[in-house]
Write a protein that binds this ligand. Structure first.
Ligand code: HEM
Ligand SMILES: *[C@@H]1O[C@H](CO)[C@@H](O)[C@H](O)[C@H]1NC(C)=O
Length: 315
């Protein structure tokens, strides 16, 4: 009797160990990944993001950094997956000969690296060596969208950081603002997204600014927002500091980039744009779902990748 219970117990332990091992080996993401190893993570991210949103100079009342973090995450996930490859600086001693941040779509345009560094240093002080830079960027992005009035999405954690960057992929795979609709649809399809998800994710342009070189010829008069970087234009000229559905309002006429304006050129997508313009809740629900999906593109887990000590350098 006792021996059979022990055998059953041993069996159970064995199965449990097998289960845990296979979860680690398959490296699944999970919502509670840091619950035990870094319980203060969420609070640190929230504090640092809100600090950053009051640090930026006007315009947008200091809130542009929220938009910049959101774009940084998109540009991470569309190149090699959400693996913090975009954060790596050139480091010839570590084999990083070309960085993604120097690629055409990113150079002199991506922002938010210092915010990620600030979060990372707080997180390292609280829970050393545990939390990846890719998870920090994923969490900071959700926090930024929420701080700008957007909606949160359920985020799975456990991403690991790349030991490589790929500048040529950043140049080939990040969509450009002069694109036509077919090119945009193809660029998103390459990463596993539908045309419907393209329209939902483009709603990120409800916040933030663009350099005048990227602005559609028809909208040049909007290039009048003074910044430290010269005159820029608001992607959403109604409420560029607020994450809302105003971007979709007459998008075909008011879109700042050609890539925004062409979204209404297919009847079914135009209907989607009009439904988001009529219902912020409809936009928020689809945006949240698409962001969760984007946050899982090409992630490294388990034995792949590493937890960087410094987000700008591989270990
Ligand atoms: C559909 C294809 C897309 C194209 C062609 C595109 C292109 C651009 C361009 C050219 C800018 C201005 C950059 C500058 O002049 O410095 C910009 C800004 C921005 N993009 Fe996109 N984008 C696209 C999709 C997305 C997606 C999917 C997201 C996020 C989910 C996003 C988030 C942003 C944000 C928030 C800004 C403002 C950043 C800031 O103010 O610092 N974009 N985008
Ligand atoms: C970088 O990306 C390009 C384009 O996607 C790909 O062909 C190439 O194999 C990648 N390089 C490395 C080293 O992964």
């Amino acid at each position: 009797m006792a021996s059979s219970t022990t055998a059953a117990g041993r069996h159970f332990c064995f199965l449990l160990a097998l289960l845990l091992l296979s979860a680690a080996a398959h490296g699944q993401l999970s919502q509670t990944f840091y619950a035990a190893s870094c319980p203060t993570l969420d609070q640190i991210v929230r504090d640092e993001v809100s600090r950053a949103l009051f640090r930026d100079p006007p315009p947008l009342g200091g809130r542009r950094m929220g938009a910049s973090i959101l774009r940084l995450f998109f540009h991470d996930c569309f190149v090699q997956g959400c693996d913090a490859s975009v954060l790596l600086d050139v480091d010839v001693t570590k084999g990083i000969l070309l960085s993604e941040k120097d690629a055409g779509p990113n150079a002199n345009s991506l922002r938010g690296f210092e915010v990620v560094d600030a979060i990372k240093s707080q997180v390292e002080a609280a829970c050393p060596g545990v939390v990846s830079c890719s998870d920090i960027l994923a969490l900071a992005t959700r926090e930024a969208v929420v701080a700008l009035n957007g909606t949160p999405w359920p985020l799975l954690l456990g991403r690991r950081d790349s030991r490589t960057a790929n500048q040529s992929q950043a140049n080939s795979d990040l969509p450009s603002p002069g694109s036509n609709l077919d090119t945009l649809i193809a660029a998103f399809a390459r990463k596993g997204f539908t045309a419907t998800e393209l329209v939902a994710l483009s709603g990120a342009h409800t916040v933030g600014l663009a350099h005048c070189v990227n602005v559609d010829q028809s909208q040049m008069q909007r290039c009048r927002v003074p910044t430290a970087d010269g005159l820029m234009a608001a992607l959403d000229d109604q409420t560029p500091e607020r994450f809302d559905n105003a971007y979709y309002d007459k998008l075909g006429k008011r879109g700042l980039l050609r890539s925004d304006r062409v979204l209404t050129s297919r009847p079914d997508l135009d209907a989607q744009v009009r439904s988001y313009s009529a219902s912020e809740a409809a936009f928020f629900a689809d945006f949240a779902r698409a962001m969760k999906k984007m946050s899982e593109v090409g992630v490294l887990t388990g034995a792949n990748g590493e937890v960087r000590a410094n987000c700008r350098r591989i270990n």
